[in-house]
Design a protein around this ligand. Sequence first.
Ligand code: AFP
Length: 365
Amino acid sequence: MTTRRRFTLTQYLIEQRRRFPGASGDFNALLLDVALACKAIARTVAFGELGSMLGQPAPDVTTSINVQGEEQKKLDVISNEYFTQMTEWGGHLAGMASEEMDHPYQIPATMQRGKYMLVFDPLDGSSNIDVNVTVGSIFSVLRAPQDAIDSGRDVVAADFLQPGTQQLAAGYALYGPTTMLVLTVGNGVAGFTLDPNLGQFMLTHPNLQIPEDTHEFAINASNSRFWETPVKRYVDECLAGKTGARGKDFNMRWIASMVAEAHRILMRGGVFMYPRDTKDPSKNGRLRLLYEANPVGMIIEQAGGRASTGREPMLTVKPTALHQRIGFVFGSKNEVERIERYHREPGAYKDDANPLFAERSLFRD
Ligand code: AFP
């Protein structure tokens, strides 16, 4: 693919489809519908206060607390509607699941059902909306079970409980200084920038690759008292810099929009950690497996990085629930492997106050 002239997202997808001569085009059409939903969200986010979509809870929604127990902002609800409305009509989907919906979303009976399933976080980082910091949307495409495809039956939560290795595509949109779409269909990672004049996503970052090493880490340090010993050790060594075991200085970043952190790491390397901790032992982490960790994990791995629970590869985790949370560590390969090594070392948890995560404990992986 020459870069003499910029390819559009549509052209890129057609090029990728050449790898599957028997392909029907449904897959590409679905991804273009997702891209359209992201354009609609980008426009609404860009209006900011002018669009009076900011801050206040969804006044017209009966319950403004989502299944995560978090307040649903008006833009969370609107973004979720853009995703469902712009992808349900095309006939490519058997069903959907979203951070903002307790149960799987059924394609209306008046519409044709298809062979794919879409899982998404319509607006990641929404706590940053009011302060005009970059937010994004995250999505993943799975294949529906054959019996659902054949019968056209309603989808159930169990249909979505597929390990990340089963994803057919994953991506995110970034609503920042520019609007970008980053996508993998299992053949590397490509970045597109929205040309506001053409209204087209243009290929600006073909074949993104993450450096194996880095001197930049991202973690919410306000949780440090709840971290497990291996994470404390890793962060302490980074903070010790040149004078410490690592012999080099590290810098720290925390945006509180995971999608923006992932993008920075794709652009220049780094390591992101939202590990499971003892803050709320009933939760196995903060981030959601199906529509945050798995899609971002696939992108990171396709760009030569590593995605992990801190202990094991993220994409091999067998999901057990639609809104399951999980500890998430990703980024430059050598750093993530180091963090996994620290977790595996004998006696790694000997100083942990909370036996919940100790060697022989109820919650041991
Ligand atoms: P929201 O979408 O509720 O703002 O959460 C964002 C997020 O899931 C992820 O994008 C951030 O990395 C993380 O939560 C921020 O968590 P802290 O508020 O603990 O820093």
